[in-house]
Write a protein that binds this ligand. Structure first.
Ligand SMILES: Nc1nc2c(c(=O)[nH]1)N[C@H]1C(S)=C(S)[C@@H](COP(=O)(O)O)O[C@H]1N2
Ligand SMILES: [Mo]
Length: 394
């Protein structure tokens, strides 16, 4: 299926018709996977249902700076566990003076912090990556990203209560889901350096143990009853259905730290062993409207999208530029939301198109002068795709 037919398939009108009629629409994504779009509340295009992997149509994504839960991508590697909130305990163990087993009520007695932060999957834009050379995995378009207001206790406060020993260097997280991989079943896990866990800044703590998303309890898909949110890091470090925190002198041995989220050429065991886990997301931007394949009338059009800073403390987006002539000239976009080091910024741009316009391109520049790269090097798992975003138009 070509870009134009995908675009028309998920045109606003089709979507609205399906949703408002309360019908179940058959949606195609990535040109291959037929899937059912539940018509009621979800506004997501489904890549797979078990495990649940879904992303919003791009024009939906930039309608508001805070992404409504219905439009927030879902990326799960295993089942969505059912958790009894009453018997639930979050344990803190490993290199600590006083191991903890905290109920939700006890977690609620830590000082609660509200933090707005963008969460994005390391595999966001993988479908573009696959155009360089096919990559396995969920063929995400540009929608595996969302910005939410999270609320909960700071990880650093729990660690202070438990008393971190001097030899500690990393903090592991483990979820209550079961992931099947290579004939084994295990929980999803992540880990972050202790420095990040303790780096609380005014705009955001190093990591939050979120129980609320956009002023409501987390939904099951997003990690009820508690998840980590690690601002600036790949989504995989924000572990959902969090039940265990382990303080250690090394990164977690969990498959998703030790083997999966790494930049490798071929993915041989040697290469995987030689490379470090990915933590931060790179500078990125994407055009969300018009969508690929849109038919444009000659004249001035409005382009809209998002830009994501690199998660480096103190660095935010400075400028976003759009081109309608293959990068020969660039129009500066208007940033329509505030600059923040851990949040995306939305932008709009007006640009002239004519009958020779083949595509629109966007690139972002951050406050330390880094420019989003024109191209990126292919990697075997299709992570961190952040080349200039090209959108073919007619
Ligand atoms: N327990 C658990 N946590 C998880 C995952 C998972 O499969 N299991 N997926 C991770 C990945 S890869 C991403 S990108 C984010 C997605 O969060 P969301 O589904 O709330 O958007 O959750 C992360 N946390
Ligand atoms: Mo992810």
């Amino acid at each position: 299926m070509n870009q134009a037919s995908i675009a028309s398939l998920i045109s606003r009108r089709t979507l609205l018709k399906n949703w408002s009629a309360g019908a179940i629409g058959l949606m195609l994504i990535g040109g291959k996977l037929p899937s059912i779009l539940a018509a009621d509340e979800s506004r997501l295009l489904v890549h797979s249902k078990a495990p649940m992997n879904a992303e919003p149509p791009l024009p939906d994504l930039v309608r508001s700076w805070i992404t409504p839960v219905e439009s927030f991508f879902i990326r799960s590697h295993g089942n969505t566990p059912e958790i009894n909130a009453d018997s639930f305990r979050l344990t803190v163990e490993g290199l600590v003076e006083t191991p903890q087993a905290l109920s939700l009520a006890e977690l609620g007695r830590f000082e609660q912090h509200a933090v707005t932060a963008t969460l994005t999957c390391a595999g966001n834009r993988r479908s573009e990556h696959s155009r360089l050379k096919p990559v396995k995995g969920v063929q995400w378009r540009e929608g595996a990203i969302g910005n939410a207001k999270w609320r909960g206790a700071r990880l650093s406060d729990l660690l202070k209560k438990a008393g971190v020993r001097e030899s500690a260097k990393h903090v592991w997280f483990e979820g209550l889901d079961s992931v099947e991989d290579g004939g084994k079943t295990f929980a999803f896990g992540g880990s972050i350096p202790l420095e990040k866990a303790l780096l609380d800044r005014d705009v955001a703590p190093g990591a939050l143990l979120a129980t609320m998303m956009n002023d409501k309890p987390l939904t099951a898909d997003h990690g009820f009853p508690v998840r980590t949110v690690v601002p600036g890091y790949i989504g995989a470090r924000s572990v959902k259905w969090l039940s265990k925190i382990v303080v250690s002198d090394r990164p977690s041995p969990n498959h998703f730290v030790a083997d999966v989220y790494k930049l490798v050429d071929e993915g041989t065991l040697l290469e995987v062993a030689e490379n470090a886990p990915i933590y931060r997301m790179p500078l990125n931007s994407a055009i969300c409207s018009p969508m690929a394949g849109a038919a444009l009338k000659p004249g001035r059009i409005e382009v809209a999208g998002y830009a994501l800073p690199s998660g480096v403390p103190g660095v935010s987006i400075r400028k976003v530029e759009v081109s309608a002539d293959q990068g020969r000239s660039w129009a500066e976009a208007k940033l329509t939301s505030m600059a923040s080091e851990f949040c995306w910024q939305l932008w709009t741009a007006e640009i002239a198109v004519n009958s020779t316009t083949k595509e629109l391109i966007v690139r972002a520049i951050d406050s330390r002068g880094d420019v989003q790269p024109e191209t990126v090097r292919w990697n075997a798992k299709g992570y961190l795709f952040n080349a200039w975003h090209h959108v073919p138009v007619n």
